[in-house]
Ligand binder design. Structure first.
Ligand SMILES: NC(=O)C1=CN([C@@H]2O[C@H](COP(=O)(O)OP(=O)(O)OC[C@H]3O[C@@H](n4cnc5c(N)ncnc54)[C@H](OP(=O)(O)O)[C@@H]3O)[C@@H](O)[C@H]2O)C=CC1
Ligand SMILES: Nc1nc(=O)c2c([nH]1)NC[C@@H]1CN(c3ccc(C(=O)N[C@@H](CCC(=O)O)C(=O)O)cc3)C=[N+]21
Length: 306
C-alpha cells in the first residue's frame, strides 16, 4: 500500500476543503447582502518563516471569495507606528479581520500588537479577550492552529470525553489554547514543556498526543502508546539528503507510524486546516460585526437607505 493510501494518515486536505466550501457559501451570501469579507495580513520585517503560510492564505482566501490584502512593514518600524496602523484598520468598516503574522522583530512586543486589534476583528483569536472566551467554553473563534489540531483529532472519531491527551509545547498560540479547547470537550489534559521531567513518560500514556515544539524528530516511536493518535503541529524547514530544503514536523513519522493508529503528515496535515480555520474565523468575525451593525442601525433602516 502506498503511504498516501495508508488509513493511519490523518490528512488535512479533505477537512480543509470541506471548511473552505462552507466559507465560500457564507462569503457569497454576505457579499450579496452588502457585507463583503476582507482579511488583512500584517507582516513585519523578515518574512521567511511565514511566507508559506501567507501564500496559502492568499490562495485559499481567493478560492473562498474573501478579499485578501497584505500589508508589509519594514523591520525598523516602531511599535507605536504599528499600533497606529492597526487602529486605522480597526476603524475601517471595509476591513473584517486582521492577522499579525509571527514572528515580529524582537523590539516589537507581539502582545501589545495583538491587544491593539479590535476583538471583533481578531480573526486569530489572540486578543486577551478572545483567549478569555475559550476559557469560558465559548469555542466558535479559537486560535487557528489550535482549532485545526482539534479538528483533525475529531476526524479519528475518538470520543473526547475522558480521553487522555498529552500536549508537548505550551505556547500561547498553540499548546495552551489546544489544552483549553480539549478541556471544554471533556478530555483529561496534560501539558508538557521544556521543564517537564520526562516528556516521554507522559507522552507514552497519551491516547492522543499533540506536538508543537519546533524540533524535528523530537517524538520517537518509544514515546508513543500503541494505538494512539499523534497530531504533529511542527513546521520545520530541513535540508534533505539530496541537498534540497523540505518541510518536516516534530514527529519521527517513519517510526511512529508503526506504533500509532493515526498520525498527521507534515506537510499535508494540520497546516492546510489552519488556513481554512483562519477563513472560517473571518466569517465568524463578520457575522459578529453584522450583528452589532444591525443592532445599532437596524436592518430596515439600512435597506431603506439603499
Ligand atoms: N501548522 C501550523 O499551522 C503551525 C505550526 N507551528 C509550528 O509549531 C511549532 C511550535 O510553534 P510555537 O508554539 O509557535 O513555538 P514556540 O517556540 O512558541 O513554543 C515551543 C514550545 O515547545 C516547548 N519546548 C521546547 N523544547 C522542548 C522540549 N525539548 N520538550 C518539550 N517541550 C519543549 C517550549 O517550552 P518552553 O516555553 O517552556 O521553553 C514551548 O512551549 C513550530 O514548529 C511552528 O513552526 C506554529 C504555528 C502554526
Ligand atoms: N500569527 C501567526 N499565526 C500562525 O498560525 C502562524 C504564524 N503567525 N507564523 C508562522 C506559523 C507557521 N504557520 C503555518 C500554517 C500553515 C502552513 C501550511 O499551510 N502548510 C501546508 C503547506 C506546505 C507547503 O506548501 O509546502 C502543509 O503543511 O501542508 C504552514 C505554516 C502558521 N503560523
Amino acid at each position: 500500500m502506498s503511504l498516501s493510501e495508508d488509513s493511519r494518515y490523518l490528512k488535512g486536505g479533505p477537512v480543509a476543503q470541506r471548511i473552505i466550501a462552507a466559507v465560500r457559501e457564507d462569503a457569497a451570501i454576505a457579499k450579496a447582502e452588502g457585507f463583503p469579507p476582507k482579511l488583512i495580513s500584517i507582516t513585519v520585517g523578515d518574512t521567511a518563516a511565514v511566507d508559506v503560510y501567507v501564500r496559502n492564505q492568499r490562495a485559499k482566501a481567493q478560492l473562498a471569495g474573501i478579499d485578501f490584502e497584505e500589508r508589509r512593514f519594514p523591520a525598523a518600524i516602531t511599535a507605536g507606528e504599528l499600533e497606529a496602523a492597526i487602529h486605522g484598520l480597526n476603524a475601517d468598516p471595509r476591513v473584517t479581520g486582521i492577522i499579525i503574522q509571527r514572528p515580529v522583530p524582537v523590539h516589537i512586543p507581539i502582545r501589545t500588537l495583538q491587544a491593539a486589534v479590535h476583538p471583533l476583528k481578531d480573526v486569530e483569536g489572540m486578543h486577551p479577550a478572545s483567549i478569555g472566551n475559550i476559557v469560558y467554553n465559548q469555542l466558535d473563534l479559537a486560535p487557528c492552529t489550535a482549532a485545526a489540531s482539534v479538528e483533525l483529532l475529531k476526524e479519528t472519531g475518538l470520543d473526547l470525553k475522558g480521553l487522555e491527551v498529552v500536549i508537548v509545547g505550551h505556547s500561547e498560540i498553540v499548546g495552551k489554547p489546544i489544552a483549553f479547547l480539549l478541556m471544554s470537550e471533556g478530555a483529561t489534559v496534560t501539558v508538557c514543556h521544556h521543564m517537564t521531567r520526562s516528556v516521554a513518560a507522559h507522552a507514552r500514556r497519551a491516547d492522543a498526543l499533540f506536538v508543537a515544539v519546533g524540533k524535528p524528530r523530537l517524538i520517537k516511536a518509544d514515546m508513543v502508546k500503541p494505538g494512539a493518535a499523534v497530531i504533529d503541529i511542527g513546521i520545520n524547514s530541513e535540508i534533505g539528503p539530496d541537498g534540497s530544503s523540505r518541510i518536516v514536523g516534530d514527529v519521527d513519522t517513519e517510526s511512529v507510524r508503526e506504533v500509532a493508529s493515526w498520525i498527521t503528515p507534515v506537510p499535508g496535515g494540520v497546516g492546510p486546516i489552519t488556513v481554512a480555520i483562519l477563513l472560517r474565523n473571518t466569517m465568524v468575525a463578520l457575522s459578529r460585526q453584522r450583528a452589532l451593525y444591525e443592532a445599532t442601525y437596524g436592518t430596515a433602516d439600512r435597506l431603506a437607505a439603499e
